[in-house]
Structures are given as structure tokens and as C-alpha cells.
Write a protein that binds this ligand. Structure first.
Ligand code: ATP
Length: 917
């Protein structure tokens, strides 16, 4: 009793150091663990509360101060600071103060927006939960990796990320990539042996360290350290590097705005020089130069691009597509081919065995889902296993050559493991077998795990009478290649009739069923190892089990939507060609719904020169190996496609990395695949890819809208100043006023375009080529049109006000009001680049109303508040000037709408006489 109390009162340590130097038994005792049954849920819960979650401490990126200071590191800010100094030198303290205040406000706004964008991206990372298989209370279950505690028994499989530091207890060909820890990229083979304490980290074959990746094989280990106590926690490197907010597009835009800044500065210098040559006062010319620089430089551009991308990321996440790398947001919009898996992405991956073929006779299975309710029937009569040795053996093999488990929670059955395997357990239960009993009567002694290249798996079992039996299941052609004989209905064997089996399998596959062949082999008593050679050429074929997997309803509509949007959908699957074809038909893949199907073997034999043509016309690639996926991506990319490719297995990683958009499955995919991907689907559904593409197109649209809005307004202001200088007249707008217009319109007006919802019909037009520049003819045309209108409007009204005898302060305020009115009116144009304003729906983007409202409020203050008049050299204006400013705004709006209409009509006519007619 005393000893037990002692044990209870001394809690196990938070970690075991040098666990590699201890025998497993000691580690287990130290941690109060149990190698077979694992911890109890209660104990694990207690430890979690005491020791904390198994998460790595987050490395803080640049601190807030540094990030704030970096806001000043922009060419425009330098120009503004220089302008402030110059203004101060001219003795204008108030103006200098206003400029500095604006610089500060700009930095604060930039800082807040950038932080929010970063936070949004950080939050996304947490959406992709990693889970681990543990043994607790003697049963396997999936738990979030963060909930692991020292003493837990973890089961590792190919594709897993090692969730904590483990002392390995059992391994089967376990190959682990430890590059995250040691920098060594070659996989390390693990062994559950005892090692000397002084063994170096990289040589500790009996340990699996947190955040390394399982490339091949399987294993089991006891958690010896979690979170910050792990080796990776100790070297304090955050895995899954922090996102940067940079993308090719933001880099292009930054370069573009830098170039523009240089050009504008040169122009400003020219203005200054020109004025001086003409004998105008230096102070006035300096003011003009500064106004020009401040007005024409599109300072909001890079920030708004980043924000638009971040908003896109958040929208995609709401539609279950989590972006892992920001550049993917841009590329998604131009995706022209989606190569998708079948199982789980197009179909539900909810398998139910419906047909068995044993001893040449067919058995139908009733019932759907994973419930054990259902019967086996032949010719309408219920089949009893008693008189059917071959059928029984086929079902037993399916249950035992199997790693899936079914759990019952609240009357609902859930699958832990592969649904294909779960279906085999369920059909066994329907026939009256008891999986638990079978597993304990015929314990597993060895296994060859399933692998997408091998397409079969095998297990070795010891029967109560000492016999040793191997069970094998997998792709029909693979098992036939190994089989010598087949079991007949009465239990006797005969040479296998491969042609007949193939034809039956094809028939089942043609009904969209996934077909697995089942085989067995008795090995000499005492055998404890299983090798491929031992099975080859000797296998006894037991029969076929065929299962249905219904299409995902949302995927059906999503595939159709992609096709309407000019995106080709190609299915790439490891499954049988017949099954793949039947499913592809349901999805209407291929021209006219008749898919061209090519198998991996055909692909391998095809002459390389002809490959592009073959790939282009093929809708379904069946029995394709992961390496071939890589070649397919490359081939499509060479044809100029932007390729999105899905994947879930370890071997899919190279193809995912190579694709323009690598898409991994969040629920069913391996950690290795998620790490290689640009985007992770939290629900594994094809519909989420389509949603992400749609949002990607929206992001790109909104960026173009913003640029189309931003550039004319910048140029318009520059042009007004330039004209004033060239015409040697009074400046219609002062630098601080230009600054006011710029800052307020960028924040209150321009930014709202980032929130513009998707336009109807985004998925009814072909993808925009990735190479298409942001500055297209339309944008350039509009820049010219709107800049010219602004020039005429602002300059004209300014001169008119002066002519009407208004003081220059009033005339300038009128000019500023014209700018604002034009920008508000033009903002409404920019909500769609092609479609007329009235078709967009005024209320669809509430931010527009808020922005316009805020802008008007600010402008009233600017015009009428005495302190504003003081700061900005403005003066209250008579209502009639508002009427005129508004009229100019309305005129600009109508002219742009007219231009849209003419362009649309022109495009329509071109289509009518074009080659498509
Ligand atoms: P995808 O998801 O790429 O569309 P898939 O999931 O159908 O394809 P795989 O999982 O690679 O492809 O399976 C390929 C083939 O391997 C299947 O058609 C089946 O014959 C066999 N197979 C699948 N799962 C198992 C398993 N657990 N054990 C044995 N064989 C399997």
C-alpha cells in the first residue's frame, strides 16, 4: 500500500532526459506509462493540466517598435520629411507641422493595418490542426497533437509529423526525415534498440524527435518530452516559418511605385527649375514641386495590395481553404487546370462494401454507412458463413489485414484510420464476425504497410494452433501478379484464372465501385517476418471486395462551375481505370462528358515527344504513381498552364511543391503533404478548391479596381500642379491640401474597394493569364480620361472662382472639393471595371457607403471648421460651389460609364465578327 501511495504522490517528471540511453522498460516506469494500454484519459488530462500543452513557444518576429519604425522606411515618407524641412526653412511652421502630423498618421494607419493582416494570417495557421494517433485506455484514438503528454504512447505512420520526442518501442521500416532538427536531409532508419548515453543526437536511432517527418514505415513510441522540453523546443526554432507579407505581386507593385516616385521627383525638380528659369519666386516653386511630388506619388499602393491579399486569405479561410503561402492567393485567380484526387476530394471517402466475389459467386451486401446493420445475400437469400469457408476466409482477411478502428460516440460510428479498411471491418461484422475476438485470437506478428506506390498491404498472424498466416489486400492486378491459385467456394484451391478475375473486376469497377483483391498464404510455423519475396508467386486469391463511395454533392456543382470558368478539371487517381472512368462520367469530366482515360503504365510507355498532346486531351489518369504526378504537373506547366494539384500522401510532396498551387487535405492528408502545400482544405472537398479559385479571381479584380481608382487620381493632381507651373499661374492646390486629399481618399475611399464582394459572373469567364499586366489598355485609357477631366474640372472651377471675385483661399477650397467630388464619383465607377454601375448593386459593399459618408464629413470639416481653415489655408465656400463640384463629379462618373459602355459594345462586336463566330 505504502509503495503505491509513494507512486501516486510523486508525479512523473515533465520529461526524461537521455531517454535514448535507458532501456524502454525504465523509461516506461519513470513516466508511469504502459506500453500496451497507454495512459488513461483521466491521467492524460491531469498531466495536460499540470504540464501544459504540447506546443512550441512562438518566436516573436520583429517587435512592435521596429515594425512601427519601418513604416517610415518608404520613399514617399522621405520626400515628405524633406518637404517638411523645406517648408520649415521657408518659415512656415504650421505647414511643416501639418506635414509631420500627416506622416505620423500615415505610419500609425500602416502599422495597424499591417499588424491586423499578420494576425489574420497567424490565426489561419492554427486552423490546420495536427492530430496524432495515441493509445489511451488500450484503444487507439486521434487527439490534437497539442494534447499529448509525457507517458503517452504514440503510433506513427508514413506521412506523420512526429508530434513530441518519443522513445521508440516498436518499428517497422521506420524512415524519418530529421532535417528540421539536424539539417541532414537524408532519411534516418530507426531501430528500437538500447544505445549508449553518449550517442550523438543525429545517431539516436531509438528516438523520434518532435517535428521530424515519417517518410516510410510505421512505429510506436512513448512520449518522453513535449513542447518546449523537446529537442526542437530547446533549439527554439519555430517550425512552419512565420509568413512574410511579400508576394511577387507586392514586390512588382513596390518596384513600380518606386520607379514612379523617381520619375515624379525628377518631374518635380524640373518644375522647380522651369519656374526659376522663368523668374518665379523660389519659395513658390519649391511649394509647387512638393505639391507635385506629394500629389502624384501613389503612396497607398503597396499597403492596399497587401491588405487586399490578406482580406482574400480571410475570405478563402471562411470557405475552408487555408492559404499557407500568400503568393498562392494571386496565382489561384489564374489557375487554368485543376488536377484533383478522386477519393475524398471528388467522392465522400465514405466506403461501403456492396459486392463480394468469392469462389466465382457474387454476394450482395445491404446497409449503408459504417453501421453494422445489414446482411449478405445471394440470389435473394441471406448467406450464413457456416457453410462458406472461402467467403469466411475472405472476410476474416479483410478484418485482420487492417489498421482501421471504428469508435462509437453517442450512437454514431466514426472511423479512426482509412475508410477503405473500415468498410472491410463493417462487412465482416455484417456477416457475424467479431473483429475484437479475431484480433486477439490471431494476433499480428508482422506487417508490410500500405503504400500508394505498392498498392497493397500484408499482415502476418499467429493462429491459436500455431499456424502462421499472411493476409494480403490491395489492387487487383498487383495481387494477381503475386497469386498462383485461388480458393474455390468449397474451400479447395485451383490455378488462378487471371483473365476471369480481371473481367469481373472491370465489371465491378464499371459500376463506380472500388475493388480490392484479398489473398492469403500459410507460412511455416514460427515465421515472424514478412517479406514481399515470401508472398510472390505463391499467394492464394480469396476473392474481391467491391465498395461504393458516393460523389460529394458540392463537388458535383463545383466541377461544373470550374468548367464554365474555362478551367480544365483532370482526375489523377491511384484507383482502377474503370472505377475512375465511371466516377469521372458522373462528374462530366472530359469533352462532352466522355473522359479519355490513361493509366500510369500507358503514360510510362508513351513517347516523350507526344506526351504533351496525350496529357492535354486526357481527363482521367488512373493507377498513377506519385512520381508521375510530378511529371504531369511539369508537362502541363510547359504548355503554359497554371496548375493546381491536390495530394495527401508523403510521396505527393514533390508534385505539391512543383504545382503552382499545391493543395493538401487538412482532414485526411499527411503532415508531409500539408507542409509541402500552398493551400490546405479543411474539409478535403473539391468545392473548396473552386471556392478558393473564385475568391482568388475576386482578389485580383479588386486589386485592378484599386489601381484603376488610385492612379488617375494621383496623376490628376500632379497634372493640375504641373499645368499651373507651366501656365505660370497661382497654384490651385497647396502641398498640405494635396496631402489631405491623398491621405483621406486613400483611407476612406480607396481601401473600401478591397472589400468589394465577388462580382456575379467571376466564374463565367476564362482565367486571366498569369502574365497579364495589371496596367492593361483599359486602365491606361481610364488614367488618361480621368486625369484630363480632373484637370479641366479643378483648374476650371478654380479659375472661375477667382474670376468671380472669390479670395484665393476660397478658390483653392473649391478646387479641393472638386477633387473629392470627382474621386467619390469615380470610386463608384471603379466598383466594376466592365459592368455598368447600376448592375453592381449599391448596397452590396456597405464599406462604400461608410467611406463616402466619412469622406463627406471630413470634407465639411475641412471647409467650415475654423481650426481646419487655419491648418490647411482653406475657407468656407458658398453652397453654389458645392453644386458645381458635385456636377463635375457626376459628369466624370457619366463619362466613365459611357466609356465602359462603348468598350463593352466594341468588345461585343469584336466577338460577333471574331473567329469564334
Ligand atoms: P486518389 O485519392 O489519389 O484519388 P485513391 O485514394 O483511390 O486515389 P490510393 O489510396 O493510392 O488511391 O489507392 C490505390 C489503390 O490501392 C486502390 O485502388 C486500392 O486497390 C488499393 N488500396 C487502397 N487503399 C488500400 C489499403 N488500405 N490497403 C490495401 N490496398 C489499398
Amino acid at each position: 500500500m505504502g509503495a503505491t501511495e509513494d507512486l501516486v504522490s510523486t508525479p512523473p517528471p515533465a520529461s526524461v532526459g537521455a531517454a535514448h540511453g535507458l532501456p524502454v522498460a525504465d523509461v516506461v516506469v519513470l513516466l508511469g506509462a504502459d506500453r500496451e494500454r497507454g495512459l488513461s484519459e483521466a491521467e492524460a488530462g491531469g498531466r495536460l493540466a499540470r504540464l501544459g500543452a504540447n506546443v512550441l513557444p512562438r518566436l516573436d518576429r520583429r517587435g512592435p517598435w521596429l515594425r512601427f519604425l519601418l513604416q517610415f522606411h518608404h520613399p514617399l515618407i522621405y520626400v515628405l520629411l524633406a518637404a517638411a524641412v523645406a517648408t520649415l526653412a521657408l518659415g512656415d511652421v504650421v505647414d511643416a507641422g501639418v506635414i509631420l502630423a500627416v506622416v505620423l498618421a500615415n505610419a500609425v494607419i500602416g502599422f495597424v493595418q499591417e499588424s491586423r493582416a499578420e494576425q489574420a494570417l497567424d490565426a489561419l495557421m492554427d486552423m490546420v490542426r495536427t492530430e496524432t494517433t495515441v493509445v489511451r485506455d488500450g484503444v487507439r484514438r486521434r487527439v490534437p497533437s497539442a494534447e499529448l503528454v509525457p507517458g503517452d504512447v504514440v503510433v506513427l505512420d508514413a506521412g506523420d509529423r512526429v508530434p513530441a520526442d518519443l522513445r521508440l518501442v516498436e518499428v517497422h521500416e521506420l524512415h524519418v526525415d530529421e532535417s528540421a532538427l539536424t539539417g541532414e536531409s537524408d532519411p534516418v532508419v530507426k531501430e528500437a534498440v538500447a544505445l549508449p548515453v553518449e550517442t550523438a543526437l543525429a545517431d539516436r536511432a531509438n528516438m523520434a524527435y518532435s517535428s521530424s517527418l515519417v517518410g516510410r514505415g510505421a512505429g510506436r513510441g512513448v512520449v518522453v518530452a513535449t513542447g518546449a522540453d523537446t529537442e526542437i523546443g530547446r533549439i527554439h526554432r519555430l517550425v512552419g516559418e512565420a509568413e512574410t507579407l511579400e508576394t511577387p505581386l507586392t514586390r512588382t507593385i513596390t518596384r513600380f511605385s518606386q520607379l514612379l516616385t523617381v520619375v515624379i521627383l525628377l518631374l518635380a525638380a524640373l518644375t522647380f527649375g522651369l519656374g526659376l528659369l522663368r523668374g518665379q519666386p523660389a519659395a513658390e516653386m519649391l511649394t509647387a514641386a512638393v505639391a507635385l511630388a506629394v500629389g502624384a506619388i501613389p503612396e497607398g499602393l503597396p499597403a492596399v495590395v497587401t491588405i487586399t491579399l490578406a482580406i482574400g486569405v480571410a475570405r478563402m479561410a471562411r470557405r475552408r481553404a487555408v492559404i499557407r503561402r500568400l503568393p498562392a492567393v494571386e496565382t489561384l485567380g489564374s489557375t487554368s487546370v485543376i488536377c484533383t484526387d478522386k477519393t475524398g476530394t471528388l467522392t465522400a471517402n465514405a466506403m461501403t462494401v456492396t459486392t463480394l466475389l468469392v469462389g466465382g459467386r457474387t454476394v450482395e451486401v445491404t446497409g449503408t454507412g459504417y453501421a453494422a446493420a445489414g446482411e449478405l445475400r445471394r440470389d435473394g437469400a441471406v448467406v450464413q458463413l457456416g457453410g462458406e469457408p472461402a467467403l469466411r476466409e475472405c472476410l476474416v482477411a479483410g478484418v485482420l489485414c487492417n489498421d482501421a478502428r471504428l469508435t462509437d460516440t453517442g450512437g454514431r460510428r466514426a472511423v479512426v484510420g482509412d475508410p477503405t479498411e473500415a468498410a472491410l471491418v463493417v462487412v465482416g461484422e455484417k456477416a457475424g464476425l467479431d473483429p475484437h475476438r479475431l484480433r486477439s485470437e490471431l494476433p499480428r506478428v508482422a506487417a508490410i504497410p500500405f503504400d500508394a506506390d505498392r498498392r497493397w498491404m500484408a499482415t502476418l498472424h499467429r493462429a491459436p494452433d500455431g499456424r502462421v498466416v499472411a493476409y494480403v489486400k490491395g489492387a487487383v492486378e498487383r495481387l494477381l501478379a503475386m497469386a498462383a491459385t485461388e480458393l474455390r467456394a468449397d474451400g479447395s484451391t485451383a490455378p488462378v484464372d487471371a483473365a476471369a478475375v480481371h473481367s469481373r473486376a472491370d465489371e465491378l469497377a464499371g459500376q463506380a465501385l472500388r475493388v480490392l483483391a484479398i489473398g492469403t498464404l500459410e507460412l511455416p510455423p514460427g515465421t515472424t517476418e514478412l517479406t514481399e519475396e515470401a508472398l510472390h508467386g505463391r499467394l492464394v486469391l480469396l476473392g474481391l471486395q467491391a465498395m461504393q463511395d458516393p460523389p460529394r454533392p458540392a463537388a458535383l456543382t463545383a466541377v461544373a462551375a470550374c468548367q464554365r470558368a474555362g478551367i480544365e478539371v483532370k482526375m489523377i487517381t491511384g484507383d482502377h481505370a474503370g472505377t475512375a472512368r465511371a466516377i469521372a462520367r458522373r462528374f462530366g469530366l472530359g469533352e462532352g462528358g466522355d473522359p479519355v482515360v490513361v493509366t500510369g503504365a500507358e503514360l510510362a510507355d508513351h513517347p516523350a515527344a507526344d506526351l504533351p498532346t496525350l496529357v492535354a486531351r486526357t481527363a482521367v489518369f488512373a493507377r498513377v504513381s506519385p512520381e508521375q504526378k510530378l511529371r504531369l504537373v511539369e508537362c502541363l506547366q510547359r504548355q503554359g498552364h497554371v496548375v493546381a494539384m491536390t495530394g495527401d500522401g508523403v510521396n505527393d510532396a514533390p508534385a505539391l511543391r512543383r504545382a503552382d498551387i499545391g493543395v493538401a487535405m487538412g482532414a485526411g492528408g499527411t503532415e508531409v503533404a500539408k507542409e509541402a502545400a500552398d493551400m490546405v482544405l479543411t474539409d478535403d472537398d473539391f468545392a473548396s478548391i473552386e471556392a478558393a479559385v473564385e475568391e482568388g479571381r475576386g482578389v485580383f479584380d479588386n486589386l485592378r479596381k484599386f489601381i484603376t481608382f488610385m492612379l488617375p487620381t494621383s496623376f490628376g493632381q500632379g497634372l493640375v500642379v504641373l499645368t499651373a507651373v507651366v501656365a505660370a499661374t497661382t497654384l490651385p492646390i497647396l502641398p498640405v491640401q494635396v496631402l489631405w486629399v491623398n491621405l483621406t481618399t486613400a483611407v476612406a475611399l480607396g481601401l473600401v474597394l478591397a472589400f468589394e464582394p465577388l462580382e456575379d459572373g467571376v466564374m463565367r469567364r476564362p482565367p486571366v493569364p498569369a502574365t497579364r499586366p495589371l496596367l492593361t489598355g483599359v486602365v491606361v485609357g481610364r488614367i488618361v480620361l480621368v486625369s484630363a477631366l480632373m484637370l479641366v474640372g479643378a483648374f476650371g472651377l478654380f479659375r472661375w472662382a477667382l474670376a468671380a471675385g472669390e479670395p484665393v483661399e476660397v478658390a483653392r477650397t473649391v478646387a479641393v472639393n472638386v477633387f473629392i467630388a470627382v474621386q467619390v464619383a469615380y470610386l463608384l465607377n471603379c466598383r466594376s471595371l466592365e459592368r455598368p454601375m447600376w448592375r453592381i448593386g449599391m448596397w452590396r459593399n456597405r464599406w462604400v457607403l461608410a467611406g463616402v459618408g466619412a469622406m463627406l464629413g471630413l470634407q465639411l470639416l475641412f471647409t467650415y471648421a475654423p481650426w481646419m481653415n487655419e491648418l490647411f489655408d482653406t475657407a468656407p465656400v458658398a453652397p453654389v460651389w458645392w453644386v458645381w463640384a458635385t456636377a463635375i463629379g457626376v459628369a466624370v462618373h457619366l463619362l466613365v460609364e459611357a466609356e465602359k459602355w462603348l468598350r463593352h459594345r466594341g468588345a461585343g462586336r469584336a466577338r460577333v465578327v471574331g473567329p469564334g463566330a
